[in-house]
Design a protein around this ligand. Structure first.
Ligand code: FAD
Length: 364
């Protein structure tokens, strides 16, 4: 079968779908090619946060703030329920030493124009009585939201179709053809060839072998992240809450102040809880080199223990599911010059610095 398009987008995760959506809005005829179903990859493994609480100061905080605005605007335009919850979030400092870090982060966020409140021990417990009584303090971010990333992907998919775009599910890209000038002219899949002048590679952690088919080298490594789902039973907390160690692990800065085991340090383990619209809660987090999406039992046990440390009420609750995802481990934005120069071939990896929302945002 033959088809043609103004642009072919490889990958039906959030990045590919966002690229396709905005191009379709501009009137381009787009075709998304996805080897599985939509959100088949890392998108379905994400916890769906859109916050500025974990970004480094300066550029990344401004980038995440813009990303959140764009996600909110897009969510509002979709004719689809994506489990949007807009309640801000809280970061907890376990010890007095961490509370000093919280104060530094507070000053940096204020300097970046972010609405944030420094909370002492009393404020933390007034805000959420289920928090462990000895937690030293925290930060409250007034803005920010969470969403269900799979529903977000499906919603964008519907919007692409409404704008004349085509979604080809179970259509793996297996090769490219080039014209006499060396420009890509066709995208190949079993039983299908699509003539196009523009290819956007948005295959996330699978981008390297596809790039190689086009002669582009992409340096992609993977970092694993595990998540747990708690049964919907009793009230735990009303909004997303994590330990300030989340920032220290994600931004690879000063993680050693946390009083945790070597195993936890090696696996980037810390506490995060996020209530969902279905009244479950997602428990995180971990970040360590890995290349399978099979949950690591030792890691998930350590995560559960850490969660009980911050919210003792979780001790008697059941975990009903665990899963893991692979994020790109490499910050390659600055290394894409080869791909950028390659005619007709663009890479749209969600491989930015760090920060909730940047991975899921159309702004990436
Ligand atoms: C545990 C965890 C928690 C996270 N939490 C957050 C968060 O709270 N907020 C946030 O912003 N980000 C978060 N992220 C990051 C975020 O999930 C990713 O940045 C984002 O989903 C990447 O989207 P993508 O479209 O680039 O990749 P993917 O979703 O992986 O999409 C790539 C797609 O390409 C397809 N593909 C592969 N090969 C081919 C082929 N040959 N042909 C066609 N298609 C192909 C795959 O099937 C896949 O569907 C988290 C990540 C993890 C692992």
């Amino acid at each position: 079968m033959s088809k043609s398009a103004d642009a072919v987008i490889v990958g039906g995760g959030i990045q590919g779908l966002c690229c396709a959506y905005y191009l379709a809005e501009k009137g381009m005829k787009v075709i998304v090619m996805e080897k599985g179903d939509l959100a088949n990859g890392t998108t379905s493994r994400s916890d769906g946060d859109c916050f500025v609480s974990d970004t480094n100061p300066g550029y990344m905080t401004h980038f995440a703030a813009a990303a959140i605005q764009e996600v909110a605007a897009l969510a509002g335009r979709l004719d689809y329920d994506i489990d949007w919850i807009e309640r801000g979030c809280v970061l907890l400092a376990e010890t007095e030493e961490e509370f000093e870090i919280a104060k530094e982060q507070y000053r940096a966020k204020i300097a970046d124009g972010i609405e944030v409140r420094l909370m002492d021990k009393k404020d933390v417990h007034e805000d959420e009585p289920n928090t462990a009584p000895d937690i030293a303090g925290g930060l409250e971010f007034k803005r920010g939201s969470s969403l269900n990333p799979m529903l977000f992907a499906y919603g964008i998919g519907e919007a692409i179709k409404k704008r004349g775009g085509e979604l080809l599910r179970f259509a793996p890209v297996t090769g490219f053809e080039k014209d006499d000038t060396g420009r890509i002219s066709k995208v190949l899949s079993p039983g299908l060839e699509i003539t196009t002048k523009n290819v956007i590679l948005a295959a996330g952690i699978w981008s390297a072998p596809i790039g190689a088919m086009a002669g582009v080298e992409l340096p992609i490594t993977t970092m694993k992240g595990d998540l747990l789902i708690v049964e919907p039973d009793v009230y735990i907390t009303r909004r997303k809450t994590m330990e300030i160690g989340y920032n220290l692990v994600r931004n690879e800065s000063g993680g050693n102040v946390r009083q945790i085991s070597q195993f936890m340090k090696d696996h980037g383990i810390g506490f995060l809880i996020e209530p969902t619209k279905a009244q479950n809660a997602i428990i995180g987090f971990s970040k360590y080199p890995g290349d399978t999406t099979v949950s690591n039992n030792l890691v998930t046990r350590a995560m559960a223990k850490r969660a009980v440390r911050f919210f003792p009420i979780l001790k008697n609750m059941n975990i009903i599911r665990s899963y893991a995802g692979l994020r790109p481990g490499h910050r390659i934005m600055s290394q894409l010059s080869q791909a950028q120069r390659f005619p007709a071939f663009m890479s749209a990896p969600a491989i930015v610095e760090t920060g909730s929302c940047t991975g899921l945002s159309p702004a990436s």
